[in-house]
Every structure is written in C-alpha cells, then in structure tokens.
Design a protein around this ligand. Structure first.
Ligand code: PLP
Length: 390
C-alpha cells in the first residue's frame, strides 16, 4: 500500500539550498563539541522590552481577543502604524486604506506576488537579496530579472541597464534599503530615480524598509514614502521584528499606495486570518514607545559593529563599516569562493557566517556576518580568525 507523493512543480523547481552544506558542517562541529560563535543569523538576541511582553500577558486574557482577528489588522493597530510613520518619517497615512497588518513582513512579501504576478510577468529583483522576493515570483509563475548589486555602484541597482523590453514587461520592482545582506544604504536621489523609472514603465515599487531603525553614528535612514511621488507608484514593507526585537511575534505592516495595499489585502483575506489581537495590542505598545525601545538597541549594535569591523580589519579582512543594519558584508580573501571562506571560518575558527552567493549569484565573493551575539563573544571572533591561514 502507499501512494506516490508528488510535490508541486514549484517546490521541485526550488533552487538548491545553498545553506545545506553550512548546516551540515555546523552540526558536525557541534557534535565534536566545538564552541561555535554563530554570526549566521539575523535575529536579535536582545529580548523584547518588558512593557510589550506585559501588554501581551494582559491582553491575552481578554475573551474578545480569543476570536478570529480581521486579516487586515485591528483599526487601532493600523492607526498606531500611521501615527508612528507620522512621528518617525513625517509621512501621513490613511489607516483605513493605506495600511495593512502582516503576519511578519515575510508573509506580505510572499503574498505580494499572489496579488500582482501572473504567469509570465517579469519581476525586477536585486541580487543578492532577501530570498522571499524572488521565491514569491517563482511560486506564482512569474519571471525574475535580477539586477546585480555591485560595490562600484554602492550596492544600488543600475536601473539604466534594464533592457527596454524587460522594463516594459515588468510588473514589480523590489528594493530594500538599508539592505540585507550588503548593509548598503540609499539616499533620496536614488529613490527619486526609482520613482521616475516606475512612473515611466508602469512598475509597482515594493520597498522593504525592515532596517530603517538600525542606523548608527546619528544616521537615520529614510522611508521611501518620504519622497515625492512614492505613494503614486508603490508601497513600503516594514516590520516590528528587528525594530523592537520581536522576530518571534510575527507582526509587520505594508503601507502606501491605497490600490496596491487593497490588492495585497484581497490576497491576504482569502488566505489568512490575521494576527492574534493580543499581539497587535502589544505591537501598538511597541510603536507608541518607539525610540525608547530602539535607542538602547542601536547603541548595543553600534558598539558591536565597531568591535567586529575593527577586529576583522585587524586580521586583514576587507569590509566597510556599515551605516545601518546588523550585517557586515566581508570580501572573501583572494583565491577563496564565498563557500570556501565560510567553510574555513566554520571548520578552523568555529565562526558561523553565511556565504554571499546564498543570497544570489552576485553575492559571490562575499560573506555576511551579523552582530547578534554579545560583545565579549564578538571580541573573540577576530582572535579566532587570526589563527586561520588564508
Ligand atoms: C530584508 C528583510 N525583509 C524582511 C524580513 C522578514 O522579517 P519579518 O517577517 O520578521 O518581518 C527580513 C528577515 O530577515 C529581512 O532581512
């Protein structure tokens, strides 16, 4: 007895999982009793602030919160998002039409393609990038056109390099600044060029602003929506995950163009039933506290960034000091691929990192480090790497 289990083509067509080899080496090292320093994951180690946790505890006992939530978000949560955008970016949003809640921004990013991509449609995506942008396209039968992010162009895509026929067919353009994995930042001039491109070719811009609150040395990254014309062509994804140390809570939002938000909301309301309302109430608390939560985290990450970057440079590795995000994008030493460099760091120094090509072909030659461990451990990283022969 037994039936032949056949997965959908979209699953069978997934690209090979480039992190599998690292996972295997990591497990082997742990089995040998190696004391690994894991700089592979972008997940805050700082706990969620106690006021937010207490709000969840209080609100979880309300019977009204035990029922189905609305998939688009409680009006109070959407208003809290609008108020936060007004305070933080001076961007005015209509909470009823220009804001939708997400079960973490990953959910909304994936559902964007459900709402807007038909088979054969072209989606413009950076390489390297957060993989969900192009997986969403592929799952829905679209074609990804990758825009390489190069050091020479400050890891910004060259929109002028897009062939006219591709630009004509393009439905969505994904951008993400401050950027994962390169830690690059964008300014108003770049966003203006994006808006002009989108307007010229009728492309919907999806800006992922997950890291706007992680800026250092006084730098405060801008929202795409601060720029004139942005709301006419696109939306911004944001998240409480990295901002308020809430990755496990699964709460985020998309804001901007009402028609685009409406389309995403239509896809969502047919597929999910929203975020537990007590989590939304805790999210409101986090948004209200805003910088009171973010500033202490910023200080911690900035100090860690300095320790890591100074340490890596001292042992001869090449990297920029990032202005934002908790990532450091490090060039592999001459003669080593991303995978070889990552494997050497793991096997010979017990330091876990992520190979740049795991985020797209154009990430080859780089390795991504995070600063999600405490400063004492980070000090040890360079000491360990010093022992490795490149
Ligand atoms: C650029 C970027 N966008 C979105 C996400 C997803 O965040 P979440 O689903 O927790 O909101 C991540 C997570 O690593 C990310 O790096």
């Amino acid at each position: 007895m037994g039936i032949a289990i056949r997965k959908a083509k979209r699953i069978n067509d997934l690209p090979p999982y480039l992190f599998a080899e690292i996972d295997r080496r990591k497990r082997a090292a742990l089995a040998r009793g190696v004391d690994l320093i894991d700089l592979g994951i972008g997940d805050p180690d700082i706990p969620t602030p106690s006021n937010v946790v207490e709000k969840l505890i209080e609100c979880s006992s309300k019977p009204a919160n035990h029922r189905y939530p609305n998939s688009l978000g409680m009006p109070e949560f959407r208003q809290a998002v609008a108020d936060w955008y007004q305070r933080r970016f001076n961007v005015r949003l209509d909470a009823g039409t220009e804001v939708v809640s997400l079960i973490g921004s990953k959910e909304g990013i994936g559902n964007m393609a459900v709402a807007f991509v038909d088979p054969g449609d072209v989606v413009l995506v950076a390489s390297p990038c957060y993989p969900v942008y192009h997986i969403g396209t592929a799952f829905n039968g679209g074609q990804n056109y990758f825009l390489p992010l190069k050091k020479e162009t400050h890891f910004l895509p060259d929109l002028d390099s897009i062939p006219a026929d591709i630009a004509k067919q393009a439905k969505l353009l994904w951008i993400n600044y401050p950027n994962n994995p390169t830690a690059a930042v964008a300014d108003k001039d770049f966003f203006q060029r994006v808006i002009a491109f989108a307007d010229r070719h009728g492309v919907i811009v999806c800006h992922d602003g997950a890291y706007t609150e992680m800026g250092y040395d006084g730098y405060r990254p801008m929202s795409f929506l601060e720029v004139d014309g942005a709301r006419e062509v696109g939306i911004e994804f944001h998240s409480l995950s990295k901002t308020f140390n809430m990755t496990g809570w699964r709460i985020g939002m998309a804001v901007g163009n009402a028609e685009v938000i409406g389309g995403l909301a239509q896809a969502k309301s047919n597929l999910d039933s929203g975020i537990f309302q007590a989590v939304q109430e805790a999210g409101i608390e986090a948004l209200k506290l805003g910088d009171q939560i973010v500033e202490p985290s910023r200080k911690i990450y900035q100090e860690r960034r300095d320790i890591l970057v100074d340490g890596l440079r001292a042992v001869g590795l090449q990297c920029e000091k990032p202005k934002a995000t908790f990532y450091v994008w490090v060039s592999a030493p001459k003669g080593l691929t991303s995978a070889e460099f990552t494997a050497k760091l793991l096997d010979e120094a017990g330091v876990v990192t992520t190979p740049g090509n795991g985020f797209g072909e154009a990430g080859e030659g780089y390795v991504r480090f995070t600063v999600c461990v405490d400063k004492e451990r980070l000090k040890e990283v360079a000491e360990r790497i010093r022992q490795v022969k490149f």
